[in-house]
Design a protein around this ligand. Structure first.
Ligand SMILES: Nc1ncnc2c1ncn2[C@@H]1O[C@H](COP(=O)(O)OP(=O)(O)OP(=O)(O)O)[C@@H](O)[C@H]1O
Length: 342
């Protein structure tokens, strides 16, 4: 598995052999299997994986909400077993679900959260104003939380997670359930926040584009294990080739072409997966032309993180993601809000 060189002096998260085994009603679920991970100060890391991969369980262990079955971790300088309170003081945690159902006003909710973290009245008010401005909640600051849109609620969740200026912010599937516009808007806020404050951000997602666009580093999780850990570009380059498709007039031409240049024929189309496929394409077309086989259309596509996941697991994360969307819409009542791990 490719891994970045880690500077041990600037570690925000270090976990070794983190394991969580659930036992209930005679069933044993190995949700997280001996996960090692390192996150450096200031990094924005995405934990990508299908439903049930073990992302939330890992996050819940790192935020001290769940005691690991075995393994150890140091988060923001504090050991999760020996000093859980220290971890909670230094981190922000925004869990899945929304802050829906509150009759409190947005500003009051922020003030209550500040008091919860032991901030003084004046400091809480100043900090709430700052977050209301930076997360563009000004227009809704005096409205009841339950009246906010999904995107506004998620921004409020993030503001609540940041009230005490944590060094490290955990976001568990921050944009799940949001429409594409609200998701893009939320991403802008997350990126801007990181740029302005240097806060280390560790987020889980099953959205490929979220991991690709937001994160400097992507850890791919599947069946409780981290199966890849690198920048999105490095993962794409090392694990998935370019996708080239060539179309022919007949299936016979496609089969003959595939026999000459490689690739998988399917009807009149041949798909080739190859590193440097963009550079090879003109050569393939010339070679086939010389052999009297006419290419009627050709496309080239850069690999995506889904191609990476497919190369690693033989499955498409996109399909798993589609199942996730379906189950989320089916049971919205299951969502619960956890603003703070403290
Ligand atoms: N409290 C629990 N008791 C028993 N099994 C659990 C418990 N919590 C999680 N699991 C199981 O552990 C596995 C990992 O779940 P987890 O929620 O960590 O996955 P995830 O990658 O975060 O998925 P999602 O994207 O759906 O949130 C799943 O098989 C899940 O059913």
């Amino acid at each position: 598995m490719p891994r970045q060189t880690v500077d041990m002096t600037n570690q925000m998260i270090t976990a070794r052999g983190l394991t969580m085994t659930f036992r209930s009603k005679g069933q044993v679920v190995e949700a997280v299997r001996s996960v090692d991970l390192s996150v450096q100060e200031g990094e924005l890391v995405a934990f990508l994986g299908p439903n049930g991969a073990g992302k939330s369980t890992t996050l819940r262990m790192l935020t001290t909400l769940l005691a690991p079955t075995s393994g150890e971790a140091v988060v923001a300088g504090c050991d999760i077993r020996r000093d859980p309170a220290g971890v909670r003081r230094r981190i922000g945690y925004v869990g899945q679900g929304t802050s829906g159902g509150h009759t409190q006003r947005v500003r009051d909710e922020l003030h209550a959260q500040g008091a919860f973290y032991g901030l003084g009245r004046r400091e809480t008010r100043a900090r709430a104003d700052e977050l209301i401005e930076s997360l563009e909640l000004g227009q809704v600051a005096n409205r009841a939380v339950q009246s906010l849109s999904g995107g506004q609620k998620r921004r409020l969740d993030i503001a609540l997670g940041l009230i005490h200026r944590p060094e490290l912010l955990f976001l568990d599937e921050p944009s799940t359930g949001l429409d594409p516009h609200s998701r893009a808007n939320l991403w802008e806020h997350i990126v801007e926040l990181r740029r302005a404050t240097g806060t280390t951000i560790f987020l889980t997602t099953h959205y490929l584009d979220e991991a690709d666009q937001l994160a400097e580093r992507v850890m791919v999780m599947d069946h409780g294990a981290v199966i890849a850990d690198d920048t999105a570009n490095a993962l794409k380059e090392s694990l998935a080739g370019d996708r080239v498709t060539l179309s022919f007039t007949t299936a016979t031409d496609a089969a003959t072409a595939a026999a000459r240049i490689g690739g998988a024929p399917d009807g009149t189309v041949v798909t080739i997966t190859a590193r440097g496929g963009d550079r090879a394409l003109p050569r393939w077309i010339r070679e086939l032309d010389d052999a009297g086989i006419e290419v009627v259309a050709a496309t080239h596509r850069q690999p995506t993180l889904d191609d990476v996941f497919l190369a690693l697991t033989g499955r498409s994360l996109r399909e798993d993601g589609a199942h996730a969307e379906a189950s989320e819409t089916e049971s919205p009542a299951d969502a619960s809000s956890q603003h703070a791990a403290a």
